[in-house]
Design a protein around this ligand. Structure first.
Ligand code: AMP
Length: 569
């Protein structure tokens, strides 16, 4: 077990000490498979096409090699890396990750996306930055204004490339790549690899290394037979959701896997706060404290063990009834390995996975590889929990009636029977017995993100929450087909009139690109689109139409201001 403060797996990849320090303080214990495979070639300057979904650790896989090149402090910062992403959410998320990893290097990073006043971005750029994370449309604006210097760009990353193409950014991407130095390194990450992605790779990447993660690297059919369930919840609701799920499942002993040490510590505290006896197990513990924790779990004084993969290596615990994945594991092997800890020797076990809406694709990968179904269940409601608690009280009473010696209480019942109806006496006794179980109800409902997936899935990630997970990945449905239906799950579609059409060179992709770039709508939420000679009609969610109108009025379409209004027949 690694007991030093630095995650040794990362040191082996050849990263700078400042980065190792930052990773250690974030509680990363070892690289994920994609990081292990991509970081060394990226550090050597290789171009690369990586097929990887969100949740595999791909952001760090390209961010760390970029940060390795940050020049010493004191020099004026010039952009050395440009990362193109499909949505503003992702721009912010990737910038935050780079900021966290590059903290000890003084790395300066700025997200640039539509919908934010350009002034703030101009100011950040003029003060000097090392890394720019941009949506393609906004990057083009800055390039046209001469405010995004590209002369020193050493590396360009296209993150979620399939998504950017779906959103109509193909031309922008081509332009941007042409505007950066030929000597640059180019890296592309994409969840799927349709021919258009290979086209870009052929034109702009030099002998790229191809890396596939999460597909085909586990032998199928190896997963043990345990009950496998998953719940789709937003990150912020995870602690409450887990508490409620465990209240219903009532495990005898469970192990909860987290990604980082920091997460392990936080979750242990939260679960203790909810009345569970939880203990943390991570790579930072000495062998002695680790043995003590294990002893308490075996003795039943501890019921939840919160652990990282590294810390849980080699643990063999007979008592375990449940394995919980607090996040979807970054590789299917890891899932198989984790759930293998329950259901041994014919005993029954349950594996529970909490997934964020954007991580659903990873569940699909796991299902395909294990050839086993993971049932998506709804987070228990307050009513479910009440019913379950009553059921537990009922079981306790039944056991007591069958096995306890109740002789001493005859007098109490006889005395009460002279004053009250026997049924009322029983009711009062049950009420007290129920209260004595310590059942506490948290009255807040936890939103079920699987229902809201289509709308709330990370904007602009059409595939991530497809309810048809488990189906072989044959790429996504034809966009045209989707548009023709003119209906999107999760709400009414309103129509927008755009006073520019075919004569102005407008194509559907331009409209999707403009709207997605200026608002936080995803490509899939936009449509149907009909482009006529002089104007276009675009479907957008009713709830978003005012924002879209505002945003489009501030921008241009094909370089021109167009009339924008709600379309009514
Ligand atoms: P991504 O696939 O880049 O969206 O990353 C998914 C999540 O995994 C993020 O919350 C990261 O902070 C986390 N993560 C990435 N790499 C590691 C690692 N080596 N160990 C633990 N957590 C990680």
């Amino acid at each position: 077990m690694n007991t030093s403060d630095e995650p040794s797996g990362f040191a082996e990849l050849g990263l700078r000490p400042e980065l190792l320090g930052a990773l250690a303080s974030l509680g990363y214990e070892e690289p994920t498979p994609i990081q292990r495979e991509t970081i060394p070639p990226l550090l050597k300057g290789r171009d690369l096409v990586g097929q990887a979904a969100t949740g595999t650790g791909k952001t760090a896989a390209f961010a760390l090699p970029i940060l390795q090149r940050i020049p010493p402090r004191g020099e004026r910062a010039e952009p050395i890396a440009l990362i193109l992403v499909p949505t503003r959410e992702l721009a912010v998320q990737v910038s935050e990750a780079i900021y966290k990893y590059g903290r000890d290097l003084g790395a300066r990073v700025v997200p640039i996306y539509g919908g934010q006043p350009i002034g703030r971005q101009l100011q950040a750029l003029s003060q000097g930055v090392h890394v720019v994370v941009a949506t393609p449309g906004r990057a083009m604006d800055h390039i046209a204004r001469g405010t995004l210097p590209l002369a020193n760009i050493q590396i360009v990353v296209l993150d979620e490339a399939d998504e950017m193409l779906d959103m109509g950014f193909a031309e922008d991407i081509e332009e941007i790549l042409k505007s950066t130095p030929d000597s640059r390194q180019t890296v592309m990450f994409s969840a799927t690899l349709p021919p258009r992605i290979n086209g870009i790779a052929k034109r702009h990447l030099r002998d790229p290394l191809k890396i596939q993660i999460g597909l085909g690297d586990t032998k199928p059919g190896k997963a043990p037979l345990v009950r496998q369930t998953a719940y789709i919840v937003q990150r912020s609701h995870k602690p409450a959701a887990l508490g409620r799920i465990l209240d219903i499942e009532a495990p005898t002993a469970a192990i909860i896997f987290c990604r980082t040490r920091t997460e392990v510590d936080q979750l242990t505290e939260t679960m203790n706060g909810r009345g569970y006896r939880a203990e943390a197990l991570h790579g930072g513990l000495t062998q002695e404290s680790r043995d003590r924790v294990m002893g308490r779990l075996r003795a039943g004084t501890t019921e939840l063990l919160v652990a990282t993969d590294v810390a849980a290596r080699g643990l063999d615990i007979d008592q375990l009834t449940h394995v919980v994945n607090y996040d979807v594991p970054s590789a299917p092997e890891s899932y198989v390995h984790r759930i293998g800890r329950v259901g041994r020797a014919g005993r029954e076990g349950t594996a529970i996975t909490l997934a964020e809406p954007r991580e659903q694709r990873l569940l699909g990968n796991i299902e395909r590889l294990t050839k086993q179904k993971i049932a998506i269940e709804k987070v228990p409601t307050v009513a479910d929990l009440r019913a379950r608690q009553i059921e537990l009280t009922l079981e306790t009473l039944r056991e007591s009636l069958q096995s306890d010696d109740l002789e001493n209480y005859h007098g109490v019942v006889d005395a009460l029977a002279t004053e009250f109806d026997l049924r009322d006496v029983a009711l009062a006794a049950i009420k007290l017995a129920h209260a004595a179980t310590g059942a506490v109800i948290d009255e807040r409902e936890i939103p079920d993100a699987s229902q809201r997936m289509d709308r709330d899935r990370d904007k602009g990630r059409p595939d991530k929450g497809r309810p048809d997970k488990g189906r072989p990945d044959k790429g996504r449905p034809e966009r045209g087909a989707m548009r023709d239906s003119g209906r999107f799950e999760g709400g009414e579609t309103a129509r927008l009139y755009v006073g520019a059409g075919r004569k102005d060179g407008v194509r559907p992709g331009d409209l999707v690109g403009a709207i997605a770039n200026e608002t936080n709508l995803s490509g899939r939420e936009i449509g149907p689109i009909k482009v006529s000679e002089h104007f276009a009609i675009v479907g957008v969610p009713e709830g978003a139409i005012d924002t879209v109108i505002e945003a489009l009025k501030r921008t241009t379409i094909k370089g021109k201001k167009a009339t924008i209004r709600r379309y009514t027949e």
